[in-house]
Design a protein around this ligand. Structure first.
Ligand code: PXL
Length: 277
């Protein structure tokens, strides 16, 4: 059985970070070890939230795991709260990297042209230094722009997206996967670039006319879970994009939907069927 360790916060209510990564990775038949970086009452899109920082736990936990000789087939980092946490993730990568595992970074920090409330541009540049050490990174266009100093655009062509992907891989990542890439009205998709093979891949699907919080975390968790199920990244992004779209579709249908996240739970049977194929 494959084992992922995912390192991000627990937002107790909010359907993001660890509260989606754990169930999704487990549903995909992969062990999910977690290293919580903070406990928040909710995610930071609520007008108020509590936060207990757990930065001082990262190194003792990592050192204990090293003593136990635990190995991880993937190390997956998500939302991180400080420069110090980013630096600790670099140390964690050095401790747990191997020839066969995947270092997967979702630089969750921005969307729709804006950084999340807790962050500034210097933080985004620091996140770029973690992306430099990763095998695979999965920013959205906003995050990619903040990390590469490219202008954020809502209308663009393929050349713009390819330039962003080149610059992301120039940071140091082997494979960069950009989410939310839309070239046509009513469509959206994911474009990836494998630097070693000098190969682009684009997967397009119908765009639903809404945007929900937490979908980036759902995409990333599914993508790394699919890779642990033996899929190449190009196949894994299709499963992740389709599952995320299915979560949004089911949420749209629900008159009692919460505003803060999607009904990913109801789409888990779809995901389980999908990875069997
Ligand atoms: O979904 C990313 C995320 C994770 N964790 C926290 C957040 C957010 C996005 O806002 O606030 C605490």
């Amino acid at each position: 059985m494959k084992r992922i360790v995912t390192i991000q916060d627990i937002s107790c209510v909010g359907k993001c970070s660890l509260t989606v990564a754990l169930p999704i990775i487990s549903a995909m038949g992969v062990e999910a070890a977690i290293l919580p970086t903070a406990v928040l009452s909710t995610h930071t899109m609520f007008s108020r939230f509590t936060c207990k920082d757990l930065t001082d736990q990262v190194k003792p936990i990592a050192d204990h795991w090293k003593e136990e000789d635990f190995k991880f087939d993937a190390v997956y980092t998500g939302y991180l709260g400080s420069f110090e946490q980013i630096d600790l993730m670099k140390d964690f990568f050095d401790q747990f990297n191997s020839d066969s595992n995947i270092l997967f970074v979702d630089p969750a920090m921005a969307d729709n042209g804006k950084l999340y409330p807790a962050f500034d541009e210097a933080f985004a540049k620091h996140m770029a230094t973690l992306c430099a050490k990763a095998d695979i990174i999965v920013p959205n266009i906003t995050e990619a722009c903040f990390m590469t100093s490219m202008e954020y655009k809502t209308e663009y062509d393929e050349a713009y997206v390819k330039e962003l992907l080149h610059r992301l891989c120039d940071l140091g990542a082997k494979i960069s996967i950009l989410t939310g890439v839309s070239f046509a009205e009513g469509k959206t998709g994911v474009m990836g670039y494998d630097k070693e093979k000098d190969e682009f891949s684009y997967y397009e699907h119908d765009k639903l006319p809404v945007s929900y919080h937490g979908t980036g975390d759902i995409f990333s968790s599914t993508c790394v879970g699919a890779m642990m199920n033996g899929m190449e990244w190009k196949e894994a992004v299709k499963v992740a994009a389709d599952y995320t779209a299915e979560c949004i579709r089911l949420t749209l249908e629900d008159p009692a939907k919460p505003w803060y996240g999607v009904n990913f739970e109801q789409a888990i049977p779809y995901l389980v069927e999908r990875i069997k194929k």
